[in-house]
Design a protein around this ligand. Sequence first.
Ligand code: SF4
Length: 382
Amino acid sequence: QCVQVCPTAALTEMYHTDKVWEAINDPDKYVIVQTAPAIRVALGELFGMEPGTRVTGKMVTALKRMGFDAVFDTNFAADLTIMEEASEFIYRLENNKTLPMLTSCCPAWIKFIEHQFPELLDVPSTSKSPHIMFGAIAKTYYAERNKIDPDNIVVVSIMPCIAKKAEAARPELTKDEHNHVDIVVTTRELGAMIKEAGIEFTKLPDSEFDHPLGETTGASVIFGTTGGVAEAAVRTAYEWITGDELKGEDVVFQQLRGATGLKDATVEMGDRKIRIGIASGLGNARKLLEEIREGKSKYDIIEIMACPGGCIGGGGQPFHHGNDEVIKKRQQGLYQEDGEKKVRKSHENKEIIELYKNYLGKPFGETAHRLLHTHYEERERI
Ligand code: SF4
């Protein structure tokens, strides 16, 4: 199913909503849905609400009424990503392995480096992106715990992103006995489905995500904005490296915040000074990657997001036509949610701690590697 996204029909967007309805209507399938951090501050715009309005509870209610068997938050898997990325960073730091380490949750920039900078493929973290990690856990840990045949589980990701559709189809993420993620739909597609179902979105009461893959932290919600993944990783790496606790508002690293395309910060962790670079937009990413290629990079960690502003400005979000104010309002919505959370560090998420204790073992250990890490491949230059 395609929809026209420009007046001349020169551009069309592949819609996968029919596949989702088909899965929901199949009595043999157990259909799990997960929603990315950036959706909650933008979905309301499709129903006349102000950009940045948090509609998390209404969104969960809508998904339950649409017939999904379980409704989870990709933020849970964002916390899982931080457990793996922070562990990998410390491993590289302490063993003189490749630095800087680049974050790997944006599939558009991963594809960009595979095509444009194939000599740097040891630089990105090997951690899979959060929604892919979620799919891996849903079809193993969750399936075993709930005695559901993973063959009957369908994982649907609601993403702000069109690139996530291609990511879910990458051969290395589909070659095992189960796809990690079966169907990806965007924020706009979710809006269309809610309307199709005749749900009056603005009048919905709030509901909570299901458990045990539903507990989340403030660190995970800021994944939706540029700088958020790095800030979340720094919160965990800081405490693990120094053994000191970040209390209250000390978890906020202002230098990593804001919507500018290139940001730079230094964070002291014990006797180490960790240099962090942030790029959003592929033009800015290219600058940081060229510095690495030329041996001139001063950074230890780099976060790259292909879309200006990060996922809040993703290609699957309600159209904002380059309006920076919309991006800033969505960003504020995420920062507010972080500020209101009781738990703001990924390694303090109780369901994540339980997952490692009961199933994964050590972060960056053998089982975690098998389920949560991947590799990258050189692709033809374009
Ligand atoms: Fe997708 Fe854009 Fe987010 Fe990258 S930054 S994951 S392309 S929405």
